[in-house]
Design a protein around this ligand. Structure first.
Ligand SMILES: [Zn+2]
Length: 291
């Protein structure tokens, strides 16, 4: 990895829960922060629906408080420049009663969530915007909501007709990328689970993740970021989320598989601009000139 300083670079990661930033693309966020990029996070919810063992509630009033505390620890470990909550409520996994809470992120009008993200895009002026893939990694309703709202916000941010607080002027980021779980990992997981006599269509703590179905949905990979040299920072950040299992988090499919295969690479699909056929870059800022 070249030691290029990207002092004027700005990345905005638009995610849903405290822990998405560490378990998902944490290695990449830490890598760019180390290179001098301002890496900002928008977090849709405070993770209210997360399962938290009472041992972690000591000194906190609510699950949200625990999880915000954990996120601030992780943000510090990753070197994030800011954490910005949208203030919605964690919708929980599909079918859970949390889905129907009036403030549940997944139940909000898309345009309203998008407008809040537009505000942060205009305020922070990132060249690169990152979010979940179209199925939210493993179909978490909040991940899908943030994906859709971020895609819409990416377009709205440069539209002068769209108005946000503080009269912030239109701004057009240069790239929109989705973090994707390599399908090879998923197929490996499906095979391993079958070997171990487990049902890969009922993965996860709540047995509601169908790995077999996920493995069949293919997203192209356009950028593969090797975060080997900051891998420890990602692990430190993941460890901050102790209430969610820390580094041992079983739902963190990407991390479980990355550890299994000893991979220190995050993969992204480039949604904008449409990449040329066969495009595969190693840098999120490929083709972007920073001055
Ligand atoms: Zn999440």
């Amino acid at each position: 990895m070249e030691k290029q300083q990207k002092t004027s670079g700005v990345i905005l990661a638009s995610l849903a829960h405290p822990d998405d930033e560490s378990f998902g693309m944490g290695g990449t966020l830490a890598l760019y922060a180390q290179q001098g990029v301002d890496v900002h996070l928008v977090c849709g919810t405070r993770g209210e629906a997360g399962d938290v063992d009472p041992v972690y509630m000591n000194g906190f009033q609510s699950v949200a408080e625990v999880r915000m505390h954990e996120l601030s620890c992780a943000a510090n470990a990753l070197g994030l420049a800011s954490v910005n909550y949208l203030g919605y409520r964690d919708s929980g996994m599909p079918g859970s009663p949390d889905n129907r809470h009036p403030h549940a992120l997944a139940a909000q009008p898309l345009e309203e969530v998008a407008l809040k993200i537009v505000y942060h895009i205009r305020k922070l002026r990132p060249q690169v915007v990152l979010t979940f893939d179209p199925i939210g990694g493993y179909r978490h309703p909040d991940h899908i909501a943030m994906h859709q709202a971020t895609v819409q916000a990416f377009q709205m941010a440069s539209d002068p007709q769209v108005r946000v607080d503080e009269g912030l002027p239109p701004f057009k980021p240069q790239k929109l990328l989705f973090h994707v779980i390599p399908r090879g990992y998923l197929r490996t997981a499906v095979r391993l689970m079958r070997l171990l006599g487990q049902d890969p269509s009922r993965y996860g703590r709540n047995k509601d993740i169908d790995l077999t179905a996920l493995a069949n949905i293919e997203f192209p990979v356009h950028v593969a970021v090797n975060f080997q040299r900051v891998a420890q920072l990602q692990e430190n950040a993941a460890a901050c989320h102790a209430s969610q299992g820390g580094q041992q988090n079983r739902r963190s499919l990407v991390r479980v598989l990355q550890r299994m295969l000893n991979s220190k690479v995050d993969r992204f699909m480039q949604a904008y601009p449409t990449p040329p056929e066969g495009y595969l870059a190693k840098d999120l800022f490929d083709g972007i000139s920073l001055n």
